[in-house]
Design a protein around this ligand. Structure first.
Ligand code: HEM
Length: 130
């Protein structure tokens, strides 16, 4: 774990260095995302230093990785129990993405049925927890 943590911190260091260099350029257009926003805040607030930014990213990656993958795995398993929905997801993927093509994050907005399935799965799981 310590080795992986160090590797992750090194990756964050490089990303912060790269972005900080880019931000110094006159024609830089802020990316409107998390790292840019944190760097912007840290310009005016010394409490939010590089170390804190790196640890925030560490938290998000560790908290957001297993939770997301296992949730999706469970959702896919539930889909296998629902042949009608599975067929519709397949039809949508065939139509929008096409056989053999990789689904990119940017494609997700064009997959409303798949999105609905995930949302339904999350609310169904939440109901079961109550
Ligand atoms: C389907 C995916 C996810 C599930 C099921 C999930 C579930 C949870 C749960 C149950 C908690 C504890 C809440 C509590 O203590 O009351 C939590 C906390 C947290 N999650 Fe997630 N999470 C998911 C995705 C993510 C992602 C993608 C991120 C980051 C990008 C993330 C970041 C965090 C953080 C930072 C906390 C701590 C919040 C705090 O201390 O106030 N999670 N999550």
């Amino acid at each position: 774990m310590a080795i992986h943590s160090k590797k992750m911190m090194n990756i964050f260091d490089k990303e912060i260095d790269n972005r900080s260099e880019l931000r110094k350029m006159n024609d830089y257009i802020p990316a409107q995302e998390f790292l840019d926003t944190l760097l912007q805040i840290s310009d005016d607030n010394e409490e939010l230093d590089r170390n804190l930014i790196k640890h925030l990213f560490f938290d998000f990656f560790t908290a957001g990785t297993d939770t997301t993958t296992s949730t999706l795995e469970w959702a896919m398993a539930e889909l296998l129990h629902n042949p009608k929905a599975l067929q519709e997801v397949r039809r949508e993927l065939q139509q929008i993405i096409g056989e053999g093509n990789v689904v990119e994050e940017s494609n997700v907005t064009r997959l409303p049925y798949l999105q609905d399935c995930i949302v339904q799965f999350l609310s169904y799981s939440l109901e079961k927890l109550k």
